[in-house]
Design a protein around this ligand. Structure first.
Ligand SMILES: Cc1ncc(COP(=O)(O)O)c(C=O)c1O
Length: 211
């Protein structure tokens, strides 16, 4: 069901929060670059409109954060994005974008943003914390993203901020599938949490209230 609504090819249920999903997704991107002999790519572009966990997660995996400016309405400034891509082209690892943005805006240039980054050899991390506003209208896979987390303790679930357990699974396109975290029991090479499927006990709530 998660593959269907996201447009991705595979899901890892390991991450226990949105932030941990970001961490896992960025690790998958890094491992992908390394597998292609491009492990030197270490720049992560992040628009100034991003949620605070985005730069924090990028720092956790030792990526260098480069901020992309936004216009007065909070939209990613495409001219600034092009300039930053050009400046960091050889070292570009990825961009982290949020759709709809943290301002609640469906940015019309989102597919252009993905294309510009891909053209420079980078990957697109689309923060899916606001996925409930995409379902049935569009999907990260359609938009052109490579990996996203879903805040399933928020989307289709209970109000955020209760301080309870979280569930931040990540979805990926097929080229990133070999780099998903898993669990020793499933024969995967690395894990991001101790439990095989994160805080799976939350999922009946998300499942019951999903569209
Ligand atoms: C856009 C966005 N990204 C990431 C997160 C982080 O998720 P979590 O609090 O589950 O770590 C949130 C949390 O609300 C968010 O709104």
């Amino acid at each position: 069901m998660l593959c269907e609504i996201t447009g991705y090819d595979a899901i890892s249920l390991q991450p226990n929060s949105g932030a941990q999903g970001e961490y896992a997704g960025l690790l998958a991107i890094q491992r992908y670059h390394q597998s292609r002999g491009e492990g030197h790519r270490n720049v992560c572009l992040i628009p100034s409109s991003a949620h605070g966990t985005n730069p924090a997660s990028a720092s956790m995996v030792s990526l260098k954060v480069v901020v992309v400016g936004c216009d007065d309405n909070g939209n990613i400034d495409l001219d600034d994005l092009k300039a930053k891509i050009e400046k960091h082209r050889d070292a570009l690892s990825c961009i982290m974008i949020t759709y709809p943005s943290t301002h609640g805006v469906y940015e019309e240039t989102v597919r252009d943003v993905c294309e510009l980054v891909h053209e420079a050899g980078g990957q697109v991390y689309l923060d899916g914390a606001n996925m409930n506003a995409q379902v049935g209208l569009t999907s990260p896979g359609f938009i052109g993203s490579d990996v996203s987390h879903l805040n399933l303790h928020k989307t289709f679930c209970i109000p955020h901020g209760g301080g309870g357990p979280g569930m931040g699974p990540i979805g990926v396109k097929s080229h990133l599938t070999p780099f998903l975290p898993g669990h020793v029991e499933t024969g995967t090479h690395y894990a991001v949490s101790a439990a095989a499927m994160g805080s799976a006990s939350i999922l009946p709530i998300s499942w019951l209230t999903s569209p």
